[in-house]
Structure formats: structure tokens, C-alpha cells
Design a binder for this molecule. Structure first.
Ligand SMILES: *Cc1c(COP(=O)(O)O)cnc(C)c1O
Length: 390
């Protein structure tokens, strides 16, 4: 039996961040509690203004989650039944789920193995007369090539909704993701690189008319109190989360830089190991490493007991060394039971399917120390040699 090791390293944790800013968070929350204003008001408006300034857009509309942000974005562009939206099969379910939720059809295009993002060389072939939008995902904090996305969208007259849920602060060229497409969607789920202490989300845009429509839809379809123009919803960021996020936003650039330094160190430590593949930042962009995700090649030089996936074996062995890791995502969306009716077959999007078998996300959070990283790398090497008898 393994005892709980003092030196165990989780895939993600918030305790050190809390030690750093917990007192400030407490003060900010108490202030809201004392104010008696828990919905809307200066706290929420203040955060929206600061977030718009940070991303570089004219408008920010806060909401209850990244999922709601995607739903509201699609609704504001009047995307619905009969429409197609092109997106990645290798992302969190909500990306495609919300396309379906508005009545449209997700169209999945395969991804690149280096960045895990949509393969833009294959995107144009998927455009049909029904295509209304492209929904690129900046997965694991790595920016898409937004110059190319926008060029393709312009030449086919399509909307672009960026899924920035894992990429707050990531740059494409000199612009932050979420400021380049027509709409940017953000999640402040606690494990995201800008995380609330509960649920939260935001939508960014440069377009005044879209901003007004988004505000209306998130508030029951009313512009004027008790006058309902559309079927909307109730999706609010509450004041407590708004002040927490405003405070954390002050630290975000420093935290993102720490993530970048950690990723650079992983790249250096792991480069000599032949049986794993390393993630790449796209040239022209700057990622924020929401996850650091390697590929464990299912190559014949690494035979594992039985028919097990070497990645799964490695994950178990890391666990025995006290090292946490995560699999994002074990099944690509085109092969999910809910999308059986769309008619995709195994083998149809081969890169996404291979990544689903090979990916493993290693511990990544801004406070992860170099010593802890050495421990992760040591455990990884030990586990790999056990597995392959190299
Ligand atoms: C987390 C996430 C979402 C959904 O955000 P929630 O705030 O959890 O609703 C959407 N897309 C991606 C890529 C995500 O990682």
C-alpha cells in the first residue's frame, strides 16, 4: 500500500495561490458582502471594463460560464437550425455542445499534432453553403493562427467565434486572443488560467450592436425592463466572483509568464526522451500553457504489459510515484455517443483520434517549482524504463 507521500505533486492545485492572495480575496469578498449588492452593480461593471481593456476589445459582457458565453455568442449571431459551424473535435464538449444547443450542426475538422489545434489546411474543404461560422479553440492555451482563420472567414463571409476558455492572455501577433474574431468566449472555471472561486464567463467583442444583443440575451431578452424582445436566458457573473476575478486579473500576466517558464523547462528536460512527443507553440503566437500536454507514442519500441495503451500505463505509474496527470481528452467529439447521428466513422479524423490515445497533461500551475519539475521528470523516466525495459 502506498502511503500519502509528502512529496506528491498534483496535476493542478490552488493552495499556493491562496497563500499568496487569500487575504486580499477575503477583504474584497467581505466588502461585497457588506455592500448588500450581490448581482450587477459597480463590481460587475468594473470587472467588465477591466477585462475588455486587458483583452483589447471595446466591450466585455460577463456571464455565468464559458458554456453560456458560447451559447450566447452563437445566439447573438442568429446561428440556428440548418446552419453549420466548423470546429475542432479535440476540445471540451461544451464547444460542440452549444453549437447543437442552438439547433445548428457542428462540423468537425481534424487537428494538427504539434499544437492540438484545428488544421487550417483542411478547413476550407469543410465549408458548405450552410456554413455560418468558424469556432476555433485555443486549446491548452496555444493560440490558433488567427491571421489565416480571419482570411478564410472573410473570403467565405463567415463569422468567427474564438473559444478562449483555456487561453486568457494568449497572444496572436500583437493582439490577445478574443480580440481578433467577431466574438471571444472565456471561461473562469477555477482550473482555467484565470479562474474564479466558482463559475464565471465572459464574452468580448469590438462590435457595439453585437454587445447590445449579447447583453439583452443574457438578461431574458430584455433591453428595457419587462419588455421581452427575444427568448433569452439568465446568465450572470455575480458580484463576489467579479471582485475575485478583478483581483486575480492583476496577477495574470505574472502567472502566465511563470507558466511559460515552466513549459520551457519541461521542453528542455523532456527533449532527450525518445518515446514522448512535446507540444509546440505556433510561430507568431505566444501561448499561456493552461496545460502542458505531452504525447506518449504508442510505438512498438515501448511494449507494455498486455494490450494496454502505453499512455494509460504511464499515467498509473506516475500516480504510484505520487505524480498527478490528466487526460484531456480521451474520446474525440466526433466519436461521442451523442454525435452518432452525425455519421462520423472511426478513422475519419485520424490525428484527433491518435491524440486522444496519446495525450497526457503533466502538472502545470504557476507555483510549480523547478525541484518539483525535476521530480516529475525523474518519475517519468523511471516509469518509461519500467514500461519498455530499455
Ligand atoms: C472549460 C471550457 C469550456 C466551458 O467553460 P465552463 O466555464 O466550464 O462552462 C468551453 N470550452 C473549452 C475549450 C473549455 O476548456
Amino acid at each position: 500500500m502506498w502511503c500519502k507521500r509528502v512529496s506528491s505533486i498534483p496535476a493542478f492545485e490552488l493552495s499556493q495561490q491562496f497563500a499568496l492572495i487569500g487575504e486580499d480575496l477575503g477583504d474584497a469578498v467581505l466588502e461585497v458582502l457588506a455592500s448588500g449588492r450581490y448581482i450587477g452593480g459597480a463590481a460587475v461593471e468594473g470587472f467588465e471594463q477591466r477585462f475588455a481593456d486587458y483583452i483589447g476589445t471595446a466591450y466585455c459582457i460577463s456571464c455565468n460560464s464559458g458554456t453560456d458565453a458560447l451559447y450566447l455568442a452563437l445566439r447573438s449571431l442568429e446561428i440556428g437550425p440548418g446552419d453549420e459551424v466548423i470546429t475542432s473535435p479535440f476540445t471540451f464538449f461544451a464547444t460542440a455542445e452549444m453549437i447543437s444547443a442552438v439547433g445548428a450542426t457542428p462540423v468537425f475538422v481534424d487537428i494538427e499534432p504539434q499544437t492540438f489545434n484545428l488544421d487550417l489546411n483542411q478547413l476550407e474543404a469543410a465549408i458548405t453553403p450552410r456554413t455560418k461560422a468558424i469556432l476555433p479553440v485555443h486549446l491548452f492555451g496555444q493560440p490558433m493562427d488567427m491571421t489565416r482563420v480571419m482570411a478564410i472567414a472573410q473570403s467565405h463571409n463567415l463569422w468567427v467565434i474564438e473559444d478562449c476558455a483555456q487561453a486568457t492572455g494568449a497572444m496572436w501577433g500583437k493582439a490577445k486572443v478574443g480580440s481578433i474574431g467577431h466574438i471571444g468566449c472565456f471561461s473562469f472555471y477555477p482550473t482555467k488560467n484565470l479562474g474564479a472561486c466558482g463559475d464565471g464567463g465572459a464574452i468580448t467583442t469590438q462590435d457595439a450592436a453585437l454587445a447590445a444583443k449579447l447583453r439583452m440575451l443574457r438578461d431574458h431578452g430584455q433591453r428595457q425592463r419587462y419588455v421581452y424582445e427575444e427568448i433569452g436566458m439568465n446568465s450572470r457573473l455575480d458580484a463576489v466572483q467579479a471582485v475575485i476575478l478583478q483581483l486575480k486579473l492583476c496577477h495574470l500576466d505574472a502567472w502566465n509568464r511563470q507558466r511559460q517558464a515552466i513549459a520551457a523547462r519541461y521542453q528542455q528536460f523532456l527533449a532527450p526522451i525518445p518515446s514522448i512527443g512535446l507540444p509546440q507553440s505556433p510561430t507568431g503566437g505566444e501561448g499561456v500553457w493552461n496545460q502542458y500536454t505531452i504525447r506518449v507514442h504508442s510505438a512498438p519500441h515501448m511494449p507494455c504489459p498486455g494490450e494496454q495503451n502505453p499512455r494509460d500505463v504511464l499515467r498509473q505509474q506516475l500516480q504510484q510515484h505520487g505524480i498527478g496527470s490528466m487526460i484531456y481528452y480521451p474520446v474525440p467529439l466526433h466519436l461521442q455517443p451523442v454525435y452518432r447521428s452525425l455519421g462520423y466513422q472511426p478513422g475519419q479524423l485520424p490525428v484527433a483520434e491518435q491524440m486522444a490515445r496519446e495525450v497526457l497533461s503533466l502538472p502545470m500551475f504557476p507555483e510549480l517549482s523547478a525541484t518539483q519539475q525535476e521530480q516529475v521528470v525523474y518519475a517519468l523516466k523511471e516509469s518509461l524504463s519500467q514500461c519498455s525495459n530499455e
